[in-house]
Ligand binder design. Structure first.
Ligand SMILES: NC(=O)c1ccc[n+]([C@@H]2O[C@H](COP(=O)([O-])OP(=O)(O)OC[C@H]3O[C@@H](n4cnc5c(N)ncnc54)[C@H](O)[C@@H]3O)[C@@H](O)[C@H]2O)c1
Length: 253
């Protein structure tokens, strides 16, 4: 698909978490295409470095930093170092997440905490890391990535769905916290998006047929479809949008 252009994004600096693969990768590429300066964080150093060097070779301003977002101190230190190099971030996309399956009866306290440390906690502390810079700039946009899995009551990943449901509450409260500083906070909630990981781990002809039957409009949802919504919410075109949840699921929930 051809992404729309948002001219104001060419003078912005964006931070994207989990940008090495999947939806995050599409978001990094989409910002790069807009001329946005992009820094992205990811656990996967091999894929992250390869993506950054490809985009830089194509003329984009892109920087990768490898970090495990479960390490709050290291993550905030990385954000400080990147902002010192690139200038403060006016856009932050809290995208990283992991939908590892687990059985309800086997969830331990440590596993539950770890799933929240991956799927929810970074949103809080990455936002805390970028907020001072956004205040200094006079405003900014934070976009948090949720999931329709909890709305559907999907079984087999209760720690993930519970953490993802909290993204909405976090978004609404943070929008109130940061609104007076001109910082908008929104949530994008994807349906089933055909990333490489989803195709490899979960896609079967039967599952896809069942999923597509539930969609009001037919056809796969691609990472670029989520990136398009993220671009819009990050841009001045969305200057009166905050505290909201935007579902991109082809009309399932
Ligand atoms: N693909 C879907 O169908 C779908 C549906 C709904 C919501 N989502 C959400 O979209 C977001 C992106 O998902 P995706 O499908 O692109 O996943 P993905 O697994 O393809 O990519 C996730 C990226 O995040 C990184 N990451 C994971 N844990 C990390 C950590 N602790 N520290 C640093 N980086 C880490 C991974 O290395 C990877 O590059 C997630 O928040 C996910 O919950 C995805």
């Amino acid at each position: 698909m051809t992404l729309p252009r948002f001219p104001d994004l060419s003078s912005r600096t964006a931070l994207v978490t989990g940008g090495a693969e999947g939806i995050g990768r599409a978001i990094v590429e989409a910002f790069a295409t807009q001329g946005t300066t992009v820094a992205f964080l990811d656990l996967n150093a091999t894929l992250g470095e390869a993506l950054a060097s490809d985009l830089v070779a194509a003329g984009a301003r892109v920087v990768f930093h490898s970090v495990d977002l479960r390490e709050v101190g290291a993550t905030q230190e990385a954000i400080r170092a990147l902002a010192a190099d690139l200038g403060p971030f006016s856009i932050c996309v809290n995208n990283a997440g992991h939908d590892e399956r687990h059985r309800f009866d086997e969830v331990t306290e440590a596993y539950w905490d770890d799933r929240f440390a991956v799927n929810l906690r970074p949103m809080m502390f990455v936002s805390q890391g970028v907020a001072p810079g956004m205040r200094a700039l006079g405003g900014g946009a934070i976009v948090n990535v949720g999931s329709t899995s909890w709305i559907q009551g999907a079984p087999g990943l209760i720690a993930y769905t519970t953490a993802k449901s909290a993204v909405i509450g976090f978004t609404r409260s943070l929008a109130r916290e940061l609104g007076p500083d001109g910082i908008r906070v929104n949530c994008v909630t994807p349906g089933w998006v055909m990333t490489e990981r989803q195709r490899k781990m979960w896609w079967t002809p039967e599952k896809w047929a069942a999923a597509e039957a539930r969609q009001s409009i037919k056809g796969e949802i691609l990472p670029e479809d989520i990136a398009a919504m993220v671009l819009f919410l990050s841009s001045d075109a969305a200057r009166r949008c905050t505290g909201q949840n935007y579902i991109v699921d082809a009309g399932v929930v």
